[in-house]
Design a protein around this ligand. Structure first.
Ligand code: HAM
Length: 411
């Protein structure tokens, strides 16, 4: 787990603001679920997923409750839906940290942030298109270009079950030719064998049956409408029948966004899909659901690689230098902030030289200087720091107008 300090912290903040803008414009409203829930909320995600069986931070609290830090937020949103029974479709967005006990490396952390959306109560394929299109629009707003969209359909639960059986038979028939690790995965979740990157598995995986052979007519039609909708919006995508994601709850549409500059082991910038059975698993009525989550940490790495979405300029407009003890700086910064400017100052009554250095370092465009002469004469010196121009001494009650004109460039 790591600290995120400035200027990176400012990028994080702006990332979430841009996301809120994009999804807010489509009618999504924010939900802030708790970071810790009853363990049972997350065990519903499936006992065949590493996120639940190996990576969860869970413990017994002082009241004897078995709780867990959330490894993701989809389950929490579904739990909240069961609790609040909102009108449908319920369109929500969220942001915040998640916790997984994974091996940390570049782009993979034990505490990581996501932004995401979830929609409950509609299984219209055009909703799938809207959801995918919002993520696509968000990447565009960040300025990211090297993003690849992969889509797949895992079919209806029955289709998926028959596919899993077929995969099991196929991989079992391969016997010892399959890597030991994949044989272990096969016992728990044959779908995940498709994810194996081991060389000895490659040919066996290439020969495995594909999900399209198992789609029901409904599932095939649903997916065809999703693809046609993406075409209508001119969103480029590849159908990847081997796309299985790390969570077990997916049905029908699944998708992933991959970053072109990241290592293949963690190049997923985000992903999502339909999870039509999850609300029911959590004790609610049968309810369709779809959403995605995008990893903030990893997406910002990709932005850095592409030289886009840098840190916003957090420097203040004005820096106040006061060599008369500091009270003038207290008053002047207060006046500036009240007038709508951002202003900082030096403390501890340091020398003029040290304070001017601090003013330079602050990145401010203007220094306001109060020395003993200015204090005695009821004036203040205004010095442009970046754009050139001479220092001017103005009456103490006239400096705001000068700052204003220097900042708007019509002095
Ligand atoms: P996920 O694929 O587990 O899906 O995570 C989504 C994204 O979170 C990943 O693509 C990645 O960018 C980021 N991420 C995951 N683990 C880490 C980590 N250890 N360090 C850094 N980034 C990470 C979900 O979480 C689902 N809840 C998505 C979803 C929403 N499906 C439907 N609705």
């Amino acid at each position: 787990m790591r600290d995120i300090v400035a200027p990176e912290s400012a990028r994080f903040r702006r990332f979430t603001e841009v996301f809120a803008d994009v999804v807010g414009a489509a009618g999504y409203q924010q939900i802030i679920p708790p970071m810790m829930e009853d363990l049972g909320v997350f065990t519903r995600l499936g006992d065949a997923t590493d996120i639940v069986t190996k990576e969860m931070y869970d413990f017994v609290d002082k009241g004897g409750r078995h709780v867990a830090l959330r490894p993701e937020q989809t389950a929490s949103v579904c739990r909240a839906y069961v609790e609040h029974r909102p009108l449908t479709p319920w369109k929500t967005w969220y942001s915040g940290p998640n916790f997984r006990y994974e091996k940390p490396q570049r782009g993979r952390y034990r505490q990581f942030d996501q932004v995401g959306i979830e929609v409950l109560g509609a299984d219209d394929p055009y909703l799938d298109v809207e959801v995918i299109a919002l993520a696509w629009e968000f990447y565009r707003r960040l300025g990211l270009r090297q993003v690849k969209l992969l889509v797949n359909s895992l079919g209806e639960p029955d289709d998926r079950a028959r596919y899993v059986d077929a995969l099991r038979s196929h991989f079992e028939a391969a016997g010892d030719a399959l890597s030991e690790q994949s044989r272990e995965t096969l016992n728990k979740n044959p779908l995940r064998v498709l994810d194996s990157k081991r060389r000895e598995d490659a040919a066996i995986i290439a020969g495995a049956p594909t999900i399209d052979q198992f789609w029901s007519a409904d599932a095939a039609a649903h997916f065809a409408t999703v693809r046609a909708g993406l075409d209508d919006l001119e969103i480029p995508f590849d159908v990847d029948m081997r796309l299985v994601r790390g969570l077990d709850y997916y049905r029908r549409t699944t998708f992933e966004f991959q970053g072109g500059t990241l290592d293949s082991a963690q190049n997923a910038l985000g992903g999502g899909g339909r999870y039509d059975g999850l609300v029911e698993d959590l004790g609610g009525p049968p309810t369709a659901g779809i959403g995605f989550a995008l990893g903030i940490d990893r997406t910002l790495l990709a932005c850095g690689d592409e030289g886009v979405f840098g840190a916003p300029d957090d420097s203040v407009d004005v820096f106040v230098v006061d060599t008369t003890g500091g009270r003038e700086a207290l008053l002047v910064t207060n006046e500036l902030r009240a007038a709508g400017f951002t202003a900082d100052r030096a403390f501890e009554n340091r020398s003029m030289k040290a304070q001017m250095k601090a003013a330079d370092r602050s990145g401010a465009g203007i220094a306001l200087i109060v020395g003993s002469e200015e204090l005695a004469g009821g004036t203040i010196a205004v010095r442009p720091l970046r754009q050139g121009g001479d220092q001017r001494v103005v009456p103490r009650d006239g400096y705001i107008a000068l700052v204003q004109s220097l900042i708007t460039g019509n002095s």
